[in-house]
Design a protein. Structure first.
Length: 176
């Protein structure tokens, strides 16, 4: 979907994959969100710092994430920098590398978050509510566990056309 919105010289591009935590295998809970979190941590041509610096130099923002039913990568940039920003956006999608150093850092952050979550009643209620709302079996709560965080391995694999996705492009743009 492309929507022209010409009040500001900004473009937002979003790729939504129709697969999220609900598709995580039982023994690899959290793999969708970990994969999404790692997408901007390095490619074949750029490391995490270069991705961040290149986006910062043009005032662009790249966000990745996964929820229960989908995973997404979003880009917001000034229209005049759209070509440069799309180059980074496509590199992150097509050439992710998942460097071991960044994966190790991601694991540490997730383990810390799990420790913090177990003392947070709202977070615990959210996990239980999601499992009840979505009618999943009790042994398949699709969220990180200390075991899955340490077990999950990420392997670079280019985005293929067979993946079901939706794209949204909104902003000061007339064609793509």
């Amino acid at each position: 979907m492309v929507v022209g919105h010409h009040e500001l010289p900004v473009v937002q591009v979003q790729l939504v994959l129709k697969s999220g935590a609900a598709a995580d295998p039982v023994d690899r809970a959290g793999i969708a969100s970990m994969t999404a979190a790692m997408l901007d941590e390095g490619t074949k041509t750029r490391n995490a710092l270069e991705i961040s610096n290149h986006l910062g130099a043009i005032g662009a923002r790249l966000l990745t994430g996964a929820d229960l039913d989908s995973s997404s990568v979003s880009l917001t940039t000034l229209t005049k920098h759209l070509d440069r920003a799309l180059d980074i956006f496509s590199d992150v999608l097509i050439n992710p590398e998942f460097p071991d150093s960044e994966l190790s850092l991601q694991r540490k952050q997730r383990l810390t978050a799990l420790l913090q979550r177990r003392d947070n009643a709202e977070a615990i209620a959210g996990v239980v509510y999601s499992s009840l709302l979505c009618f999943y079996t009790a042994n398949h709560i699709r969220t990180d566990t200390p075991w899955s965080v340490m077990k999950n391995r990420l392997a670079p694999c280019p985005l293929t056309i067979s993946v079901s996705f939706t794209r949204h492009i909104i902003g000061q743009i007339t064609q793509l």
